[in-house]
Write a protein of this length. Structure first.
Length: 138
């Protein structure tokens, strides 16, 4: 068993859901793993990671609309140190999660045909996002 770890810095994205599968696949190519597991962890409390539809961009638009309508602009939020999107961003991050585990087969992510990795950017004005990529395999 070999273990590799690296950090991937993503550029700033606007608020919404963004496919980052290609960036993860590019990182994986640097490590020779025929079979294993990749763990992707985001080091932020106002962004998230999830897996969903990778072809139709309206899925990402609908995801953003759903989470915004469900979580944004609640009059009882007290935590607004960084603006009105502060607490909603933390809640969305908790609901969706900060890490993913994906099987690796033949040095490729073993995702389903329609699956892609999303960065959920929940801030109106976010900076770069840092991911820790840990690969376990043979």
């Amino acid at each position: 068993m070999r273990i590799y770890q690296t950090t991937l810095t993503l550029p700033s994205y606007k608020r919404g859901f963004h496919l980052i599968t290609t960036q993860i696949e590019s990182t994986l190519k640097n490590y020779p793993v025929e079979i294993g597991i990749i763990n992707i962890f985001i080091k932020h409390t106002s962004a998230s990671l999830t897996i969903n539809e990778n072809v139709d961009p309206t899925v990402r638009e609908d995801m953003e609309k759903f989470f915004s309508e469900s979580v944004d602009n609640k009059p009882y939020y007290k935590h607004t140190y960084e603006g009105s999107d502060d607490m909603p961003a933390h809640i969305k991050s908790s609901l969706l999660g900060q890490s993913l585990n994906i099987p690796i087969t033949n040095n490729q992510l073993n995702l389903g045909t329609w699956q892609g990795i999303y960065l959920g950017e929940h801030r109106d004005r976010a900076g770069q996002r840092e991911l820790v990529i840990t690969i376990y395999g043979e």
